[in-house]
Design a protein around this ligand. Structure first.
Ligand code: FAD
Ligand code: NAD
Length: 569
């Protein structure tokens, strides 16, 4: 038996009708609704992402309130606010966003419950960041072991590298289980009540979960996340036409796979598949691959991550129709010109991965009971994540964080938004600076970024009337990168020469995802280049790439006295 929640989630998975907000593809939307199929690469299996724990609808942990406040359940009539509450804070959705909010809430002394309709951990832990990074850890090693040139340069000899597909798949699956348990245990240990069942908002400060359990809270956070977005005309069967949910299980490594969409998911999976022996064809609607990245970094990434690998691509085209393989026939993909909509080509491949963005999961949440109308499925919020109703007013005590509000679809952004909300409900005003939130694509080598791209910075400069300068440093000049024989890389700084403000930093190269934090922390804390350039970095480390970057910037403003003062130890 599947829980009704899991069923609704899985049907939503293949019948998403809401496009990602940034894409002008309305004519191609409305995917056909079909249940995810059961056979994939010869293995019979259940394709629904269900766990047995989702079947029970009970409280899995209960602790005494962390705060001594007397909270009594007193339900008002539907639609009216209760007078006293079961909890200080209820969070709907135990993904990374909900988890981050819950942990911060108990730290702040709030009596907190989190309601989860499926399994703890949400997308990131079960179907996203965690299993994908496990696959990428394998692809990175395979790539290194297969590169004769690279190994020879280090003086190494290794006989042919191989892999066991099931072993790789198990690594990803085991990691997800481990992290899911860690998340669950951390919440239980701190006294967060984990309530199991689908939640529906009944009115202000009131939520139903499971069959007919009712709870009230002073404040409520919606953190219901997202599901893969499948454009109209594409039939997902879960075996030959798949989304990331299926691909992460690695039930098959196709000889030739088309990847529709060259964003984060497409790019990361191209790294995995090509390392494991597949040929990849990208299908990208916009005129260039990786359209979301800074164009200069995108070009370099194409030179290193695409051109030398078994990857070809079609840009400026939509995959308007994709039919799964059947009766010995391959997967067929109809391509139309993105502008004229004329037929361009028909491809025949072994499999297709649909990586065309994510859609918010907000169906059936009961938003109508608080007069909220979603925007393409996303819950409208202000800069403090406060929910905005259909009349443009703030809904008291209601917040929405993470993928469901569409501000920034990243795990750490969801968690940071949750922490920001908890700060507010515990009396400290807090506005999260989204321009300080870093992002990374975990290819080999990695790409990372924070703040604005160069075109965005130039546009802002024109409107606001300031100059933009660019500084760059190469990994080729970095001792540690050269010692690793990984000199291919670039760091780029976009900044204001008049006052030293960091507008954006983009890195392509070894461990770029770890290196970006010096820049993102500087933006978050308002640190200027003329100050950070005096910070000392250990030698030889990759962090010196950023040290060089800040030092090479030409800033007119003087350093603050705090930095230039000499302290005698
Ligand atoms: C393949 C892939 C790789 C990714 N890699 C990265 C990465 O490396 N780094 C990164 O930062 N981000 C990554 N992401 C994005 C990241 O996973 C999401 O941004 C993040 O999971 C969003 O967290 P969330 O808490 O908003 O939602 P989710 O993680 O989606 O969690 C929402 C939870 O709410 C539950 N829920 C929904 N509706 C209800 C309801 N009515 N009642 C009760 N429970 C409900 C769901 O079951 C789910 O558990 C990746 C995504 C994918 C798909
Ligand atoms: N490392 C990470 O942080 C990471 C990894 C994976 C996913 N994610 C998150 O998950 C979300 C979803 O990732 P994604 O890669 O699916 O989305 P994305 O928005 O990054 O990229 C989607 C790409 O598909 C293209 N596209 C859309 N419809 C198309 C069509 N019909 N035909 C051809 N091309 C089409 C778009 O132009 C775009 O380039 C992202 O918002 C990202 O933040 C993050």
């Amino acid at each position: 038996m599947q829980s009704s929640f899991a069923l609704s989630l899985s049907s939503h998975l293949t019948s998403t009708t809401i496009p990602p907000s940034n894409l002008p593809f309305d004519s191609l939307l409305l995917a056909p609704s079909k249940p995810v199929n059961l056979r994939f690469c010869g293995l019979r299996r259940e394709a629904l992402r269900l766990s047995s724990s989702a079947k029970s609808q009970s409280t899995t942990s209960f602790r005494a309130p962390a705060r001594s406040s007397k909270i009594l359940a007193s339900l008002g009539d539907n639609g009216s606010a209760p007078k006293s509450f079961d909890y200080d804070l209820i969070i709907i959705g135990a993904g990374v966003g909900g988890h981050g909010a819950a942990l911060h809430a108990v730290e702040k002394g709030l009596k907190t419950a989190i309601i989860e309709g499926d399994v703890v951990g949400g997308t990131c832990v079960n179907r996203g960041c965690v299993p994908s990074k496990a696959l990428l850890a394998v692809s990175g090693r395979m790539r290194e072991l297969q590169s004769e040139h690279h190994l020879k340069a280090l003086g190494l000899q290794v006989s042919a590298a191989g892999y066991d597909r099931q072993g790789v798949a198990d690594h990803a699956n085991n990691l997800a289980s481990k992290i899911r348990n860690n998340l669950t245990n951390s919440m239980k240990a701190l006294g967060v009540d984990i309530l199991t069942g689908t939640a529906t908002i009944l009115g202000p400060q009131k939520v139903k979960y499971g069959k007919d359990n009712m709870v009230t809270a002073k404040d409520i956070i919606i953190a219901t996340g997202s599901v893969p977005f499948v454009p109209k005309g594409i039939e997902v069967d879960g075996k030959t036409v798949i989304t990331s949910d299926h691909a992460l299980k690695l039930e098959c490594v196709p000889d030739w796979i088309a990847i529709v969409g060259s964003g984060y998911i497409g790019l990361e999976f191209s790294d995995v598949y090509t390392a494991l022996g597949s040929e990849v064809t990208f299908i990208e609607a916009l005129d260039q691959l990786m359209p979301g990245f800074d164009p200069e970094i995108g070009k370099l990434a194409q030179r290193v991550l695409i051109n030398p690998r078994k990857i070809d691509y079609h840009t400026g085209v939509f995959a308007s129709k994709i039919t799964p393989a059947k009766d010995g026939k391959p997967v067929t993909i109809e391509l139309i010109d993105a502008k004229t909509k004329e037929h361009k080509d028909t491809l025949e491949v072994d499999a297709a991965l649909i990586a065309t963005g994510r859609a918010p999961f907000t169906n059936g949440l009961g938003l109508e009971n608080i007069n909220v109308v979603t925007q393409r499925g996303f819950v409208p919020v202000d800069e403090r994540m406060r929910v905005i109703d259909a009349d443009g007013n703030l809904v008291p005590h209601f917040y929405c964080i993470g993928d469901a509000n569409g501000k920034m679809m990243l795990a750490h952004a969801a968690s940071a938004q949750g922490i920001s909300v908890v700060e507010q409900v515990t009396g400290r005003d807090h506005v999260l600076n989204h321009l300080s939130i870093p992002a990374a694509c975990f290819t080999h080598p990695e790409i990372s970024m924070v703040g604005l791209t160069e075109p965005q910075a130039r546009e802002k400069a024109e409107v606001e009337g300031f100059e933009v300068s660019i500084a760059k440093t190469s990994f080729k000049a970095n001792t540690k990168a050269l010692a690793e024989n990984e000199g291919e890389g670039l760091a780029k700084l976009i900044y204001r020469p008049d006052n030293g403000e960091i507008l954006g930093v983009h890195i392509f190269g070894l461990h770029a995802a770890d290196l970006i934090h010096e820049a993102s922390n500087a933006i978050a804390l308002g640190t200027r280049i003329q100050d950070i350039k005096y910070a000392v970095h250990a030698h030889p480390t990759l962090s010196e790439v950023l040290d060089e970057l800040f030092k090479s910037a030409k800033v007119e403003a003087p350093s603050s006295s705090r930095v230039t003062e000499t302290v005698v130890v």
